[in-house]
Structure formats: C-alpha cells, structure tokens
Design a binder for this molecule. Structure first.
Ligand code: AMP
Ligand code: ZN
Length: 668
C-alpha cells in the first residue's frame, strides 16, 4: 500500500510540474500524448484506491463537481476597487497627493501593470495548496467558486519554491480572444445568439453549476497582488516576481519605474500595443511600489490611495443612421442591423452596427437620420452607444420594428420573456432554408467535400435545392448548365454528396439543425436512443432522463418530430441510405446480460456511470433511462433518488448495488 501511495504522489508531482512547464513557462518537456498517458495512469490508480484521493490532484482539472448554489464567504482581506481616470492631468494630481502624504522628499517608485478586463478572483493557499477561490462579490464577501476555478489550467493547484504558509493572491480570470471566437463559432453553428464580449462570458462561465463545462472553456488567469500578514516581500514588484517563482502566471508586461513621466511612457506604448494582445485590457494600473509607502497611504472607503487605473477610451465616432435592415438567420431569428454612413474607427471602416433587438431600438428611440455614436471596444461588432440629442432625425422617421419577415412576409413572433423576434415559417423562408442546408453540409456536420455555402445559395436560386434531402436528388445534367459549374467540380460535388451517406448518425442528427442540438448533445442522443425512430418517439420524460439533456432540449426535440414535414425529411434521408442508426459496437456477449434492460443511477466508487453503461452494453445488455415495469435491473449507486428505488421495489425489479453488480458479473 505504501508503495502505491508513493507512486500516486510521484505521479501527481510530475503532472503538476509538467502542467507548470506547459501552461506557465510554455516549455513543455514531454509530448501531449505522454502527458495524457501519465494522467490516465493516475486516474486509474485513483479510481482503484479511492482512499488515496486528493482534492488537488491534477485529475481534478477535468471538472466533474456540480455546485447547485455557491456559498457566500467573507474575504479575509477586503477586495477594494480602484479609483480610475481617463486623464493624464489627474495622474499628475494623484502624484501630488502622494507627495503630500509621504513628504516632498520621498522617493516614489511605481509599478505599471496592464488592467485586465475579466472577473477578479481571490485565491487562498495553505501550505502551498489551493484551498479556496472567491469572487470579488461586494468586496467584503463573495461566492466560493473553488470547484470551477480548479479547472483553469493556468492556476496552480500546488505551489513550488519558498511560498508562505498561508496567503491570498488576487488576479483576473479572463477569456482570451481566440477562445472567445471559438465559443462564438460554436454558438453560431447552433443558431444561438452570440456572446457579446469576453469579460461577461468569463464571469458567466465561473458561475456555471457544472464544472465539467467550465473545464471546456478556454479560461486563463493572471495574478497581480498578494494579500496576507507578514508576507516575505517589501514591494509590489517583488511580490510579482515571487509569485511567478511559486508557479503563478504573472504577466511579464509589468514594469517598475521611478517617475510619473516614465508612467506616461508606459501608457503611451501600450495604447497601440494593446490592440495586438491576445486578450482584452481596458487600461493601465499604476501602483506605488513600496509596501511600506502603501501602508502609510492606506485606503479610502472604496479604494487604495496608493493605486490608480488609467483607462483607455474605447474608440468612438459619430455618424448618420441611414437605415435599419433586418437579417434572418438559420433558426429564424430576426436581427436588426443599423446601416451607417461609413466612418473610420480604429483603422477600420464601419458601415453597420448591431442593434440586438426591438427593445434596444425602443430604448434609444431611434430615428432614421439620427446622428449616432458608435463604439468599437471589447465587442466584436460595433455598437451604438447613444444619440446626439441636437441632431435628431424627424419624428415620422422613427424606427418601428417590422411585423413581417423581410424575406418571406410571414408574420413574426416574439415569445413571452424572449427578446428576439422569430420568423416561424421555417420551411419556406429562403434564408432559413439556405441556412439549414449550409449547416447540414458544414464542416462539423456532414462535411461534404466539393460543396460550399456559396454553391448551396446558387443551387437554391436555381430551384434545385429547397431542403436538405434535395441534395441527394441532384443530378449532373441539372447542374452542368449552370454558369460557373464545370464538369470536374460537378463530379466532385456529387461524389462528396454520395460519400456523405456513410457519415455516422450523430453527424446527421447534428446536421438536421434542430434547435439546441449541438455536437455533444447529438452524440449523447444517438448513444442513448440508438436510432432516429426511437428518438422521434421519445417522450419529454425519457429525454430528460438522459444525462445532460434538460427541458429546453427535450422540448425542442419533441417539437421537431411533431412536424410532418420534418418526419418526411427524415424518411427521405432514410430512403437515400443515410446513417440514421448507431452502429452497434463490438460486444462480448454475456448470457446474463443479453437482451436485459438496465437502469443505471447514482454514482459509483470504482467506475464512472458512463463506463458502467458502456460495460453493460458491451456485455449485451440494454441501457434504459427510466424505471418502469419493463426493465430487469436497477444498478444503484450512491445518491440515487428515492423515487427511483420506490418504483423499482413496486415493480419487483432486481436492485444491484455496486458490490452485488460486480458479483452478478462474476457468477457467469
Ligand atoms: P474597476 O472594476 O474599474 O473598479 O477596476 C478595479 C478592478 O480592476 C479590480 O477589482 C481588478 O479586478 C481589476 N484589475 C485588472 N488588472 C489589475 C491589476 N493589474 N491590478 C489591480 N487590479 C486589476
Ligand atoms: Zn421568413
């Protein structure tokens, strides 16, 4: 046992080190594959020896804990905000105040740091181990989000070198642009409204209940200040250097300077450079470097006197509103788009700005001809921030949200509590039809070679493609006469379509573009229901009994299959020979399992629920999601709901706990 314990400890330490090399130093020593192998070994050992578990094991990075509501906890040292300014004159006035307080003769050094635009966090370490992560909240108390924060790879779970026994460190959790754009691509593929900016998305992510979802989000964390009693440092800059040694991600951009002029230089140099940073900053934070001087200066009720934030102005311009147009997306969402007199903002010509929905138009009391202010800040699409009250368009040109779809003229609908208007004519509205086919052939769905979005539009306009199944009706002699369609590309296109018939069921299901059915959900559903026919017949209850499938998704699935046109489409795809069933995996049939129906519930010590389900299927059993008189076995783990158990007893179903399941498997 001692030996195993040592092995586990060594593995953990190695993985912590590799993690630090990879994420903080950017100098990996082993390949991703080797890393995964080590992690897998550790995972297996931890599964086998649950007694040796550790809340800060590197295996905890993948998440898994669910937090129903976050506990509110007090900060040991309050988290202040920063006074801020947009003006250099005010920085000089700040320096004056410092001199007054510290004495004219005092030598004042400053640290200049980037002001990261994310969600602030306070991390507590005890004996070098992360024990708590708390949001800023109101500064006095915040939410305990430790489970979620542990999934962020750049936050060390275990420290190195000569860290103090007990301390807090503060920083900012943020979502770099690349990850933000990726997340939005996925949203776009699902036809869901896009995230507006990385900051809100980062803080929203931290409040998710399921830490596994947080683990998937490309969040990162920069640290910038220490808090605690008797810290082993005497200046802010030293604190940054030390924290870096202990394994934290501390930006290299921080500088120590000894005059306010040098502070101005720092500000000026980042004014441009910030635009090519991989993440968003909204200014510079200037701090008095000496902790001794900081102590002397102290705090106001809200903020330290020894620090100030200089904020960059988001670039704004004013221009004329020429028109409002409406765009219809694949799912029928209607988005108003402001058409502007072209204007230059931070080097790019802006002609359009998003006007999220009808409420926003109303709030602005928008009129055509208004002189409006546009801003291109942390948002991806420029936004309208206000209207010049002295330059209004006339009252009769007030913008009224359309009542009919601009493309197909059917009446628009807006559901209670929703901000968005929808065109509900999903079967005959051109942009929706085209969008659906484009989604179906897309890279993440059927990935049809030789066919792109443009060609889909073209074929639609030619009347050859009205819905997804028309793809499989295309014939060479129909396409060839179309301009731009050469013999070779037509052949490729048709071959690509033919080949798509082999794409697995999950891809087809995702390709259908059912609302809220993303790639992962599609996979889940195909695994759970096995065929499109079973999915089409599934009830809300059966659907929501599936892991990770909530009400919203279940209702969307049911609503989809209620429509006769959708059923017809599915039938047609079946007739064309597309994969609408999961291919049964290789099995090692066990007589006791064959054809028997199992419900798996609760959590297990030695294996995950997913692994257990896979095993049962592998042995020939069938997994069912809810307890009814038709099932044979209920495999019950810890924490199974009491109603399931009651039902099982009522129906006389054999209940197997973890041990009796193992025994059941062995006896045969
Ligand atoms: P504000 O939210 O405008 O009051 O600005 C204060 C916040 O800026 C702090 O609560 C931190 O979350 C954040 N911040 C970002 N970067 C830094 C930094 N380098 N030093 C201190 N605070 C920072
Ligand atoms: Zn329409």
């Amino acid at each position: 046992m001692e030996e195993i314990k040592n092995q586990i400890e060594t593995l953990r330490q190695e993985l912590h080190d590799h993690n630090h090399r990879y994420y903080i130093l950017d100098e990996p020593m082993i390949s991703d594959y080797e890393f995964d192998q080590l992690l897998q070994t550790l995972q297996d050992l931890e599964k086998k020896y649950p007694d040796l578990s550790d809340p800060n094991s590197p295996t905890k990075r993948v998440g898994g804990g669910i937090t129903k509501s976050f506990e509110t906890v007090p900060h040991k040292h309050p988290m202040y905000s920063l006074s801020n300014t947009y003006s250099k004159v005010e920085l000089l006035q700040w320096e004056e105040r410092l001199k007054k307080a510290l004495g004219e003769e005092a030598q004042i050094e400053f640290t200049c740091e980037l002001k990261f635009d994310g969600a602030s966090i306070s991390l507590t370490y005890e004996n070098g181990v992360l024990v708590k992560a708390i949001t800023r909240g109101d500064g006095v108390q915040g939410d305990n989000i430790t489970t979620n924060v542990k999934t962020i790879k750049t936050i060390p779970l275990k420290l190195k070198a000569d860290f103090p026994k007990f301390f807090e460190i503060r920083g900012e959790i943020l979502l770099p642009w690349e990850g933000f754009h990726k997340m939005n691509e996925q949203r776009a593929a699902l036809g869901e409204p896009l995230y507006r900016n990385p900051r809100n998305t980062a803080s929203g992510s931290l409040k998710l209940q399921d830490s596994r979802i947080v683990a998937d989000r490309p969040l990162t964390c920069f640290l910038y200040s220490l808090a605690g009693d008797s810290l082993p440092v005497s200046s802010q800059f030293e604190a940054l250097t030390k924290a870096r040694e202990w394994g934290f991600m501390v930006p290299e951009s921080a500088e120590k300077v000894n005059s306010i002029d040098a502070v101005f230089d720092f500000i000026t140099s980042w004014e441009q450079k910030r635009k090519s940073l991989p993440f968003e900053i909204d200014g510079i934070v200037i701090k008095v470097n000496s902790l001794f001087q900081q102590d002397e200066l102290g705090f106001t009720s809200k903020a330290p006197r020894w620090a100030i934030a200089y904020k960059y102005k988001a670039e704004q311009a004013s221009t004329r509103l020429n028109d409002v147009q409406y765009q219809v997306g694949r799912t029928g969402v209607v988005t108003p788009v402001a058409q502007l007199e072209p204007v230059l903002i931070s080097g790019t010509t802006v002609k359009r700005a998003s006007l999220h929905n009808a409420d926003q138009i109303q709030k602005l009391d928008l009129r055509i001809g208004d002189l409006i202010f546009v801003e291109k800040g942390g948002e991806i699409i420029p936004k309208i921030t206000g209207i010049d009250p002295l330059n209004r368009g006339s009252l009769e040109d007030r913008v009224v949200f359309i009542e009919h779809c601009p493309e197909c003229y059917s009446p628009l609908q807006r559901e209670e509590g929703e901000a968005q208007h929808y065109c509900v004519n999903d079967l005959n509205c051109p942009p929706q039809q085209i969008g659906k086919i484009q989604h179906f052939i897309g890279r993440k769905a059927m990935d049809i070679e030789g066919l792109g979005g443009e060609t889909v539009s073209l074929l639609y306009k030619e009347g050859l493609l009205n819905s997804i199944d028309d793809l499989y009706r295309l014939r060479k002699e129909q396409i060839l006469p179309i301009e731009r369609m050469a013999e070779k590309s037509v052949t490729n296109l048709l071959e690509g379509i033919e080949k798509s018939k082999e794409k697995p069921f999950a891809k087809v299901l995702f390709g259908l573009g059912i609302r809220f059915i993303g790639e992962t959900v599609a996979k889940k559903l195909t695994e759970e229901f096995g065929s499109i026919d079973q999915l089409a017949e599934a009830s809300i209850v059966a659907l929501t009994n599936t892991d990770e499938i909530g009400d919203r998704i279940a209702q969307s699935v049911v609503a989809y299959f209620v429509q006769p046109e959708n059923r017809k489409l599915v039938q047609a795809l079946k007739d064309f020979g597309l994969q609408l069933e999961s291919i049964a995996p290789v099995r090692d049939i066990n007589e006791a399992f064959l054809g028997k129906k199992f419900v798996v519930s609760g959590v297990f010590e030695a294996f995950s629920r997913e692994d257990l389900k896979a095993e049962i299927e592998f042995l020939g059993g069938k997994i069912v999601s809810s307890v009814s008189s038709k099932i044979d076995y209920l495999v019950a783990g810890e924490g199974m709901g009491p109603s399931k158990k009651e039902k099982a007893i009522k129906f006389g179903i054999t209940i197997l706990d973890e041990n009796s399941y193992q025994a059941f498997k062995q006896t045969l």
